[in-house]
Design a protein around this ligand. Structure first.
Ligand code: NAI
Length: 255
């Protein structure tokens, strides 16, 4: 453990479960106070709520805010909670939903539901976060995209649309906010062992084929993504801006 995030206040959306939970925990272990912003406080995979775990296991403060990222009032309440810790300096747009679908059957309501969480939530999350960061002379925004933001898949077109949008949101915001001292980067995880991977309903054969297509020959773990987020949140990446970092065991760039 280190103090590389000491004096930092981090907001992790979707931090109750999976990847967001691992990010929230590693940030706290490295010195940050953390606000978990999620529609639920118990992890999808089960266990102690993230904010309680952080308070139990570290010397840092943690809070939970019931926040639907597609609701700007909830985002405002999240920023206000971070203000109580001194003001947000790191914001991770991690909340997301995944669905497999038949493209021809997708309704406008289903489209809106997914895009509102995955894209609108990140867009306005970044807007609220950046407003607070610019006032305090800087910060780091991290968007959790996906390999599906780079590779198209006909089995989940809405999801690919949303994750591709996050990639360009990252580049555009790095351009807009860099002069104000705010860095904006994206992480593109490959398959990661979380409840969301279960939402993909892979049978054993499909899962095995997926792993065989990954040069590292394993699925990712939430901590693989959290380590990358720690790098992008910390000063170790102070000249990394507008980058989209694949964390996928080599899946996307090979084969
Ligand atoms: P997960 O389903 O395990 O956890 C997602 C968390 O987001 C949950 O706690 C959920 O309550 C929360 N959430 C959902 N809708 C929300 C909303 N409207 N407002 C606030 N919180 C909300 O998912 P996982 O795997 O941890 O995914 C985290 C991020 O990583 C997502 O953006 C996902 O698209 C992305 N990702 C995941 C991959 C995987 O294989 N697990 C691969 C690539 C990207």
């Amino acid at each position: 453990m280190s103090d590389q995030l000491s004096d930092q206040v981090a907001v992790v959306t979707g931090g109750a479960s999976g990847i967001g939970r691992a990010i929230a925990r590693i940030f706290a272990e490295n010195g940050a106070d953390v606000v978990v912003a999620d529609v639920r406080d118990t992890p999808r995979e089960g266990g102690t709520p993230t904010h309680e775990l952080i308070e139990d296991e570290t010397d840092n403060r943690a809070a939970f805010v019931e926040c639907d990222v597609s609701d700007t009032d909830d985002l405002e309440a999240t920023v206000a909670t971070a203000d109580e810790f001194g003001g947000v300096t790191v914001w991770v747009n991690n909340a997301g939903i995944f669905r497999t679908e038949e493209f021809f059957d997708v309704t406008p309501e289903e489209y809106d539901q997914l895009l509102n969480v995955n894209v609108k939530g990140a867009f306005f999350g970044a807007q609220y976060a950046a407003e607070a960061m610019v006032e305090r002379c800087g910060g780091s925004i991290i968007n959790v995209s996906s390999v599906a933001g780079i590779l198209g898949n006909g089995g989940y077109v809405s999801y690919c649309t949303s994750k591709g949008a996050l990639r360009l949101l990252t580049y555009a915001l790095a351009h807009r906010l860099g002069p104000d001292g705010v860095r904006v980067n994206a992480i593109h995880p490959g398959g990661v062992e979380t409840a969301m991977l279960g939402d993909a309903h892979l049978d054993d054969q499909a899962r095995d084929a997926f792993v065989q297509a990954i040069p590292s020959r394993r699925m990712g773990e939430p901590n693989d993504i959290a380590d990358a987020a720690l790098f992008l949140a910390s000063d170790r990446s102070s000249y990394v801006n507008g980058e989209s970092l694949l964390v996928d065991g080599g899946y996307t760039n090979t084969g």
